[in-house]
Design a protein. Structure first.
Length: 223
C-alpha cells in the first residue's frame, strides 16, 4: 500500500507538471492509472492476508497432527511411540550419569470381557479415570503412558528398586477401586490389575528389551 501511494504521488506530480508547463489536460488513462494502482495494491494486500491466514492454519494443523501422533485421544497420555522414544533417552541418561531407572507396567485384566459386559463407552471412562489417578500415586518426575488399550507404562527415573516398590504399592492401592459417573449415577469397579516392575541394568541393550522384561514379569503377577 505504501508503494502504491508513492507511485501515485510520483505519477500525479508528473501529470500535474506536464499539465501546467505544457498546457496539457488530463487524459482518461491518467485517471485510469490513478485508480488502478491503489486498487491493485488493495487487492494484493487482501491476497497477502489470505496467504498468511492459510499459512497460520497450516502451522496449527501440523501442531495438532504432531500432538495427535504422540498422545492418546482418550486419556491424553503419551502413546507407545513416545514411550519408546522417551525410554531410550532415559536409558542413555541412566548409563551416562549412572542413576537408577525403573519401568512399571499396569495391565487391566479381562479387558475384552469388560467391554463386552459394559460397552466401549463406559470402559473408556474407566481407562480415563485410571489415567487421572496414576499421577496422584507417582512422583512429578515420573512419566506416564498408555501403550495399549489395556496397558499403562510408567518410567521412573532416579528411582532405586526399593523406592520403586513403594510407588508400585501406592499405584496398586490408588487403582484398587474405580468410581465413575454414568448417566448421573456413580458406579464402583473393583478392577483386576496386573502390575510389574523392573529395574534397568547395563546388561539390558535398549528400550525394547527393558519393556520385554517388564511384560514377562507382568505375566507372573497373577494376583
Amino acid at each position: 500500500m505504501l508503494s502504491s501511494l508513492i507511485i501515485i504521488f510520483i505519477y500525479g506530480s508528473y501529470s500535474l507538471y506536464f499539465s501546467i508547463h505544457y498546457n496539457r489536460s488530463y487524459q482518461i488513462y491518467d485517471y485510469f492509472w490513478l485508480i488502478i494502482i491503489p486498487l491493485f495494491a488493495y487487492l494484493s494486500g487482501l491476497f497477502g492476508d489470505h496467504i498468511r491466514q492459510l499459512s497460520n492454519s497450516e502451522e496449527k494443523l501440523v501442531e495438532l497432527k504432531e500432538k495427535i501422533a504422540t498422545r492418546d485421544e482418550i486419556t491424553n497420555l503419551h502413546n507407545e511411540k513416545e514411550f519408546y522414544h522417551n525410554l531410550e533417552e532415559e536409558i542413555h541418561l541412566a548409563k551416562r550419569q549412572e542413576f537408577d531407572l525403573s519401568l512399571m507396567l499396569i495391565r487391566l485384566k479381562f479387558y475384552d470381557q469388560l467391554v463386552a459386559q459394559n460397552g466401549q463407552k463406559k470402559v473408556n471412562k474407566i481407562i480415563r479415570k485410571i489415567s487421572d489417578l496414576i499421577p496422584q500415586a507417582v512422583r512429578k518426575e515420573d512419566k506416564e503412558y498408555i501403550i495399549k488399550d489395556d496397558t499403562f507404562a510408567i518410567i521412573l527415573p532416579f528411582c532405586d528398586p526399593q523406592f520403586s516398590l513403594k510407588i508400585k504399592d501406592r499405584v496398586k492401592e490408588k487403582l484398587g477401586e474405580i468410581i465413575i459417573r454414568d448417566d448421573g449415577y456413580e458406579e464402583v469397579f473393583n478392577l483386576d490389575l496386573q502390575l510389574a516392575l523392573v529395574s534397568f541394568d547395563n546388561d539390558i541393550k535398549g528400550p525394547f528389551e527393558l519393556k520385554e522384561r517388564a511384560e514377562e514379569a507382568l505375566n507372573y503377577d497373577v494376583r
